[in-house]
Design a protein around this ligand. Structure first.
Ligand code: DCC
Length: 254
């Protein structure tokens, strides 16, 4: 987990309080994996950087249904941190923590008030009622450059009667593919998203969203994504996205 926190915060350092100011680096995932004690210590200190311990929304809560929990437990079992000197066997996934707000201060105490207002919250994590909207957890498989997200769609996401709104599905796809792209090169913005809706998603159901890296070309990351039933037998949605690495100054432009 610690290493994914490192990646996420590295990926989104433009929003955070970790050092930034350099142009976005094209880093290979393997070069930033957290394995040393000092790196783990740094990641454990992150809540202090936030000020107080932030809630990690990617952990189970009482609203999570049986399917969500089963799949979560499946990936979590494959996400056990390896201790140094121990070999990895088979699939190795990493759960990505998820917080509902970004940090207010950039390094050096520069308040990014123009872009990050104190009331700002991550769009998918702003409903307090557990289970009402987006319940999800993302896992990353570093060796395959692959993400898997378990998503349980709550009652506030209705579009067609009894089914999940297409915009909510697009939001989740953008979130997974955008997170995926940011793990590869930080920070990024979505330039293009193409979505084909193949079969409706019943409200309240749990689905699996999987993304893979198709191609890298300079600042561009091409990522594709499939939304299926949790056993993979039913295809709900397919998408492709283009993400562009940006500099921090791009976010400050008005
Ligand atoms: C801790 C919390 C975690 C939280 C984790 C949560 C994750 C959520 C992720 C959500 C991410 C978002 O929704 S971001 C929000 C939605 N997206 C946006 O608002 C982006 C708006 N658009 C822009 O700002 C800009 O257009 C950019 C950054 C996309 C590109 O601008 P730019 O950087 O100036 O690049 P530009 O020179 O135009 O183009 C560079 C190259 O890319 C190509 N290119 C550019 N746009 C496109 C395009 N739409 N389709 C095809 N190709 C394109 C160009 O042809 C060019 O190719 P060549 O000539 O080099 O070959």
């Amino acid at each position: 987990m610690t290493r994914s926190v490192g990646r996420i915060f590295s990926g989104f350092r433009c929003f955070g309080s970790l050092p930034f100011g350099n142009p976005p680096l094209k880093t290979q995932c393997s070069s930033v994996l957290f394995r040393t004690t000092s790196e783990r210590t740094l990641m454990h200190a992150l809540p202090k950087i936030f000020g107080r311990k932030p809630r990690d929304f990617s952990l189970p809560n009482s609203s999570w249904g049986k399917e969500m929990m089963q799949l979560y437990n499946h990936y979590n079992r494959l996400s056990k941190e390896t201790t140094e000197g121990q070999e990895d066997h088979g699939e190795q996934w990493t759960r990505l923590p998820s917080y509902n707000r970004t940090l207010k201060y950039a390094t050096g105490g520069v308040y990014l008030s123009k872009i990050i207002q104190s009331k700002a919250r991550l769009f998918t994590r702003n409903i307090r009622d557990p289970g009402a909207s987006f319940e999800y957890v993302i896992f990353f498989r570093q060796d395959k450059l692959k993400c898997a997200c378990i998503f349980q769609a709550g009652h506030l996401l209705e579009g067609a009667p009894g089914h999940v709104h297409g915009g909510a599905i697009a939001t989740m796809i953008d979130t997974i593919t955008g997170t995926h792209a940011s793990l590869l090169s930080a920070p990024v913005m979505t330039a293009n998203l193409n979505i084909n809706y193949r079969s409706p998603i019943p409200l309240g159901s749990t689905v699996l969203i999987e993304s893979i890296l198709d191609k890298e070309d300079g600042r561009k990351r091409y990522i594709s994504c499939r939304v299926t039933s949790t056993d993979g037998s039913k295809l709900h949605t397919e998408a492709t996205g283009l993400f562009l690495s940006i500099s921090v100054s791009h976010l400050l432009k008005r």
